[in-house]
Design a protein around this ligand. Structure first.
Ligand SMILES: [Zn+2]
Length: 327
């Protein structure tokens, strides 16, 4: 499916083993729905430039409070603690105790040591770093505890990841409040190994919750519209990279990442549509179903199936958005 070279395979394998993901076959990119979306994105959508939107700036505290408001509102009563680690000090301890290239027979002991030293803290209490050197994005930093080349796969299969920090790039503003929610919804499933089956679905929950945040943090709904536009334009860029790879040499790992975003955005759009159109009971039910992922009752894929959140349905909704925006 993806013709990865040995190096790329190794990188992606560690990520998949640590989170218990696999790459599930999708025929979405061969469907009429995707092809129509791609041709409409590329053909009829020239007039928007989204990089310089005037979002209202805010303090870091306002950003943290906004993220906490959204997470608390949707997770009521659910344990939102994540595995958190002060990476630098634990790494130093591990190296001192087990060496920089630990022996395979020590793996169990190392993993126990890690688990004993990982803290469980609320996702809203994970330290947030503001990175002004980059723009318009965020990251949830996982930790692997050991380098990738000198440790066997069995280590990553056994170990559970932890989060070391969240990072928000650019200024604190209404947009980055949504990015903060997005990143917290990476940290949450990351602490529950196996909660997302398909590697290509790893952006679904985050993009979906970012949409929820955009609709709830601004009663005028301007933020929601801007979020929708930004996601559409991002998807357009991804589709161009996938379909018309003139300038960038996109390798197979890039293609995997690009397809992850296109597929995840379409699925998140479908789930969000169901949520928005649902009455109070449906909304509560969807929240609860998502929270069930963090109670380790089921996987993200079960939730998607329950609400018929397919990329085909999402594509058709995105095409309606394009039509509206192209007028
Ligand atoms: Zn993401």
């Amino acid at each position: 499916m993806y013709k990865l070279n040995e190096n790329q395979k190794k990188r992606i394998n560690i990520e998949m083993l640590a989170h218990d993901h696999k790459i599930c076959d999708t025929n979405f990119f061969e469907t009429t729905e995707y092809k129509q979306l791609a041709s409409e994105m590329i053909g009829t959508f020239p007039k928007y430039k989204c990089l310089n939107v005037n979002y209202k700036n805010c303090s870091k505290l306002a950003l943290l409070n906004a993220g906490k408001y959204v997470v608390d509102k949707h997770t009521y009563g659910t344990d939102t603690r994540v595995r958190y680690v002060d990476m630098d000090s634990l790494t130093a301890e591990l190296y001192a105790k087990f060496g920089e290239t630990p022996k395979e027979e020590k793996y169990d002991e190392i993993i126990k040591y890690i688990d004993d030293n990982v803290d469980l803290i609320k996702v809203t209490n994970v330290p947030v770093e503001l990175d002004m050197t980059r723009k318009r994005n965020g990251h949830a930093y996982n930790t692997w505890f050991y380098g990738r080349d000198d440790v066997q796969e069995s280590f990553f299969k056994k170990m559970k990841p932890a989060i070391k920090k969240l990072s928000i790039e650019g200024l604190c503003n209404d947009d980055s409040k949504c990015t903060y929610v997005h990143e917290m919804y990476h940290a949450l499933p990351n602490s529950h190994k196996g909660s997302i089956e398909n590697l290509l679905n790893t952006e679904v929950l985050s993009i979906y919750m970012e949409k929820i945040a955009s609709s709830e943090l601004d009663p005028t709904r301007k933020l929601e519209k801007l979020e929708e536009l930004t996601r559409i334009l991002n998807t357009k860029n991804d589709i161009i990279d996938r379909e018309h790879n003139y300038y960038n040499d996109i390798d197979e790992l890039d293609r995997l990442r690009i397809e992850t975003y296109i597929l995840s955005t379409a699925i998140a759009t479908a789930l969000y549509d169901t949520y928005q159109k649902g009455n109070k009971e449906i909304k509560k039910e969807i929240d609860d179903s998502i929270n069930g992922i963090f109670r380790e009752e089921h996987t993200l894929e079960d939730v998607l199936q329950q609400y018929d959140a397919t990329p085909e349905r999402g594509s058709n909704i995105m095409r309606r958005h394009i039509k509206k925006l192209s007028k």
